[in-house]
Design a protein around this ligand. Structure first.
Ligand SMILES: Nc1ncnc2c1ncn2[C@@H]1O[C@H](COP(=O)(O)OP(=O)(O)O)[C@@H](O)[C@H]1O
Ligand SMILES: [Mg+2]
Length: 238
C-alpha cells in the first residue's frame, strides 16, 4: 500500500541575516494511512519545521513531499489553502481560537470556508462538540473556558471536515497531566474509529506513548524510531 505521507530527502534551510540555519538535513519518512506518529526531540531539533513542510505550510529547500500521491511541492500557492483544507486538520499548542466567536462558531469555521449552509453547519458542529464532551459549552467564548475545553474546541475544529490527516504541534503543551490524558484518549479514540492519520509533535514521553510509532529527531535528522511498546526498530548511525 502506498503511504499517505511520504517525505524524501527533505532539506530545509533558513537564512537569518548572513547565517544559514539547516533546520532539516535530509529527512526520509513514510506514514501509512491510519497510523498515529509521534515526532519527539529536544527544542530546535526540527520537529515543527518537519510538520510545517508535511502540511504544506512552508516550502522545502530541497526534497519531495507526497500527500496521498500528490507531490505537494508542485501545488501552486493559490491552490495550497484549498488543498490543506480538504485533506488536513490542525491543532496547535496555543489553541488558536478566535476570541470573539463562541465554541460552536469556532468549531464550524472550516465548514464556512467550504461553503456549507448554516443549518447543516450548526448541526455538524453540535454533534462534534458533543463527542468532545462540550455539549454545555456551545455558546461560551474562549475566555469563558478552561485550557482543556479550549483545546477540545480546537480539536473539534480540526476534525469537523473529516480530514484524512490531522497535524498537531504540542497539542498538550499548555495542559495539566489529567487534561492531557483526557485529550489524548478522546483524540486517539476518534481518529482510530475513522481511520484517520495523526502526526503529532510532542516533547512529552507519556503523550508519545499513545502513538503507533515514535520518530526521534536530533539536529534536523531522524536518528531512530520505535514501535509501540518501546521496541527500537531502526537506529541510524552516523
Ligand atoms: N522561520 C524561521 N527562520 C529562521 N530559523 C528558523 C525558522 N523556523 C525554525 N528555525 C530554526 O530551525 C531550527 C528548527 O526549529 P523547529 O523546527 O522550530 O524546532 P522544534 O520544533 O524541534 O523545536 C531551529 O534552529 C530554529 O531556530
Ligand atoms: Mg516546535
Amino acid at each position: 500500500m502506498t503511504p499517505i505521507i511520504e517525505v524524501r530527502s527533505l532539506i530545509k534551510k533558513y537564512r537569518v541575516g548572513t547565517e544559514i540555519i539547516t533546520a532539516l538535513d535530509g529527512v526520509d519518512l513514510q506514514i501509512k494511512k491510519g497510523e498515529f506518529i509521534a515526532i519527539v526531540g529536544t527544542s530546535g531539533s526540527g520537529k515543527s519545521t518537519l510538520l510545517n513542510m508535511m502540511s504544506g505550510l512552508e516550502r522545502p529547500t530541497k526534497g519531495e513531499i507526497w500527500i496521498n500521491n500528490i507531490l505537494i511541492n508542485k501545488v501552486k500557492e493559490k491552490d495550497m489553502a484549498a488543498f490543506r483544507r480538504s485533506y488536513m486538520g490542525f491543532v496547535f499548542q496555543s489553541f488558536n481560537l478566535l476570541a470573539s466567536l463562541t465554541a460552536l462558531e469556532n468549531a464550524v469555521l472550516p465548514l464556512i470556508l467550504q461553503g456549507m449552509r448554516s443549518k447543516e453547519r450548526s448541526k455538524r458542529g453540535r454533534e462534534m462538540l458533543k463527542i468532545l464532551g462540550l455539549e454545555n459549552r456551545m455558546s461560551n467564548k474562549p475566555s469563558q473556558m478552561s485550557g482543556g475545553q479550549q483545546q477540545r474546541v480546537s480539536i473539534a475544529r480540526a476534525l469537523i471536515n473529516n480530514p484524512k490527516i490531522i497535524f498537531c504541534d504540542e497539542p498538550t503543551g499548555n495542559l495539566d497531566t489529567k487534561t492531557t490524558k483526557e485529550i489524548m484518549e478522546l483524540l486517539t479514540t476518534t481518529i482510530k474509529e475513522k481511520g484517520q492519520t495523526l502526526v503529532m509533535v510532542t516533547h512529552d514521553r507519556d503523550v508519545a506513548g499513545y502513538a503507533d510509532r515514535i520518530i526521534h529527531m536530533v539536529d534536523g535528522i531522524i536518528t531512530s524510531e520505535e514501535n509501540k511498546g518501546g521496541v527500537l526498530v531502526n537506529e541510524k548511525v552516523n
